[in-house]
Design a protein around this ligand. Sequence first.
Ligand code: BGC
Length: 346
Amino acid sequence: MKQYFDTTKNGVEVSKYTIKNAKGMQAVLTDFGATVVDLLVPNRDGNMVDVSLGYDNVDSYDKETTYFGAVVGPYANRIADARFELDGVVYELDANNNENNLHSGFSTWAKQVWTVKEHTANKIVFSYSAKHLEQGFPGNMTCDVTYVITDNNELEISYYAVSDQKTTLNMTNHLYFNLNGCLSGDVLGHELMIKASRYTPVKNAKAIPTGEIATVEGTPFDFRVAKTIGRDIKAENDQLTYGLGYDHNFAIDKEVDGVERVATAYAPESGIVLDVYTDCIGIQLYTGNFMEGQIGKQGHKHAMREGFCLETQYFPNSINEENFVRPITEANVPYETKTVYAFSVK
Ligand code: BGC
């Protein structure tokens, strides 16, 4: 199903597209930012719950810097000093987060109108083409993001991009989850497991990693055994002070080369379980620390921590940080990654 959503400030009409499976799990997406607006999954009583934070109008998606549900590209999270060097050439980006680049800058792919290439009952393919040096990134690029709702109540997100020049690609989806429902309050009672024995501490509140890949052992960042998001969030810890809570990349303990389960969240009230599968090496846990006052769906005024993100990615600033795997995509060689958000009940 396709229906009119809104008109952008440039006068472009954007739509809402529904995809669903036979069990009733359903996603509503918009071509603005290839964004997931609603994500309806069954709770333990079989009632559908919208677990994705979003807005009612395109203006908010455009203006706000929460990136609710959007596809972030070409480069997710931060690039220090809004610049990087590739083969001796320096590329200058937007400094849109202090002196740094966040989520690719002011004209991020999250704020572009994408083309719909294919739309069937349970699948939609969004496509975006970026010109060489658009937002400062090298290469004419074309990108397809495919969302599928499987019969197993999974939202599968596949990223495919090709550039005609060597470039950097590090894409993610910025869904904010609240497994008790997007208007239900904070997520501190959700239990969370992240399969990571290391994480990347940041230098200060501007959130650029130090370059260290530090152990989580004995820190509030140890989610290897499930604990509530709220258990240690107020612990005395410089890293938590910098981020106003969790806003950190975890180095996934990879067991296989491809897609594997890397995190599980569970909301005891609704009974909804979210398992995250990915082939990415990093995952950003962001606990909605900077969302206070956002006007979400149905005019709901959000407080901080009413959603959490598990953004699969290369490590922040990895294009500049020699200690991290550099996300380099060669000319005409496809960049491909996959992340699956799987829902069940307990
Ligand atoms: C970043 C946060 C930022 C949020 C919304 C996250 O990926 O790590 O620092 O506030 O996105 O922009």
